[in-house]
Design a protein around this ligand. Structure first.
Ligand code: 13P
Length: 250
């Protein structure tokens, strides 16, 4: 049985004080969660939030991680830096990073390798654009993104990775994929992992859905056979809504 994982991607929202406020509110509401609970605040809020979640079931994730261990990479953050302040997860290859910050399948792969090497659990994002879905190439796009993300990664490491299927057309639009659409693509991703690593890794790896998941639609999505959690944007900024989603994963 795969333990479900609900992660909040706060994106570029909340300064330190606001982040601490939200965590204070959230702590009690998710204390009895049956699933893994992760929050991914901005880099500047990680250190403010870390003491607040000490001793709770909330785990800390970053929204990106650089592929080098250290060096002349102005503005970047390494896995070791994140690990040293208690970060356990790193979102990699979010569509917003692919769209606005030049992230490619190659850099996603390099960041994934660096995260694993530095002891972080990568949350690797894949997903098709609306035009790609309309052209009927969703499967091709997602299979290719998945294969490239895992290039050079051993089976032992691969099973630790969390994959987030986020159809780009469903992000921040209020247009959720239907539970069948989401499950179908998550199953395709699992089959891709099976082709790369075999049954065992495919059965263990966790695949989240992300894209307008909220307190109203989470239970149905999370009830699907190949959906092992959610990567939540907007609804993760509201403690009540996020707590309902966490409960729905139980
Ligand atoms: P929304 O939940 O706001 O659609 O965002 C999803 C997302 O991009 C999570 O990474």
């Amino acid at each position: 049985m795969r333990t479900k994982i609900i992660a909040g991607n706060w994106k570029m929202n909340n300064n330190c004080a606001e982040a601490v406020e939200l965590v204070k509110e959230l702590k009690a509401k998710v204390a009895d969660a049956k699933c893994e609970v992760v929050i991914c605040p901005s880099f500047t809020s990680l250190c403010c939030v870390a003491p607040e979640i000490k001793g709770t079931n909330i785990k800390l994730g970053a929204q990106n991680v650089h592929f080098a261990q250290n060096g002349a990479f102005t503005g970047e953050i390494s896995a070791d830096m994140l690990k040293s302040i208690g970060v356990l997860y790193a979102i990699i290859g979010h569509s917003e990073r692919r769209q606005y910050f030049g992230e490619t399948d190659e850099t996603v792969n390099k960041r994934t390798i660096a995260a694993l090497g530095g002891g972080l659990i990568p949350i690797v994002c894949v997903g098709e654009h609306l035009e790609q879905r309309e052209q009927g190439i969703t499967e091709k796009v997602v299979v290719e993104q998945t294969k490239l993300a895992f290039t050079g990664i051993s089976a032992a490491d691969a099973e630790k990775v969390v994959i987030a299927y986020e159809p780009v057309w469903a992000i921040g639009t209020g247009k959720t994929a239907t539970s069948e659409q989401a499950n179908e693509v998550c199953a395709i991703i699992r089959n891709t992992i099976k082709a790369l690593y075999g049954d065992d890794v495919a059965a263990k790896i966790r695949i989240q859905y992300g894209g307008s998941m909220n307190d109203a639609n989470a239970a149905e999505l999370l009830g699907m056979s190949d959906i092992d959690g959610g990567l939540i944007g907007g609804a993760s900024l509201k403690a009540d809504a996020f707590a309902v989603i966490v409960k729905a994963a139980g």
